[in-house]
Design a protein. Structure first.
Length: 175
């Protein structure tokens, strides 16, 4: 008997994760939903961006396939770092979702996005310049605690939850 393909696996909901793992299921702080797409699941990639968005777009295209990408841009407030161009890069790079700890821009266009979930702390008309930039792998220190690339992220209409990858794989089928 063959194992199910990733498309056949029904991911666990945030309610199931919280019931199974209790306080070990780390609930993310409130992030606003800026797109039509709602549900996502995948391993975390955490990026810290500065100076410009060019390197961020390259990372989304080439380095984050099948990951939930967490972008830490709180230090750039009120400059937005994610908009339609970054969403297009994430879709082409096969990312599973964008969680922006910072601001997004051009929310009118983001609101029409149906395939890539985009959640953020805020929105702003002030946008970090498109050219140049720096990107580095990072850790995220937020109300959910310290989140690293060792976590698996699940999001749905109820919440966004992080669970250590090995715990998740031991209890639930993961795509």
């Amino acid at each position: 008997m063959s194992s199910p393909s990733p498309a056949d696996i029904k991911p666990a909901t945030t309610l199931e994760l919280c019931a199974e793992f209790g306080p070990y299921a780390r609930k993310f702080p409130l992030l606003y939903d800026f797109t039509v797409a709602k549900h996502f699941v995948g391993p975390a990639s955490i990026l810290k961006v500065s100076v410009g968005r060019e390197k961020l777009n390259a990372a989304l295209l080439n380095s984050c396939s099948e990951h939930v990408v967490i972008i830490d841009a709180r230090h750039l407030d009120p400059m937005a770092v994610v908009g339609p161009a970054e969403v297009a890069s994430a879709i082409s790079g096969k990312c599973r979702a964008l969680l922006v700890f910072g601001s997004v821009y051009d929310v009118g266009k983001l609101a029409k996005e149906r395939t890539m979930p985009v959640y953020a702390l805020d929105n702003s008309p002030r946008v970090l310049r498109a050219e140049g930039g720096r990107i580095e792998a990072a850790l995220l220190d937020c109300e959910a605690g310290l989140i690293t690339s060792d976590y698996y992220i699940t999001g749905d209409a109820d919440a966004i939850v992080a669970v250590r990858r090995e715990q998740m794989q031991a209890h639930f089928a993961v795509p």
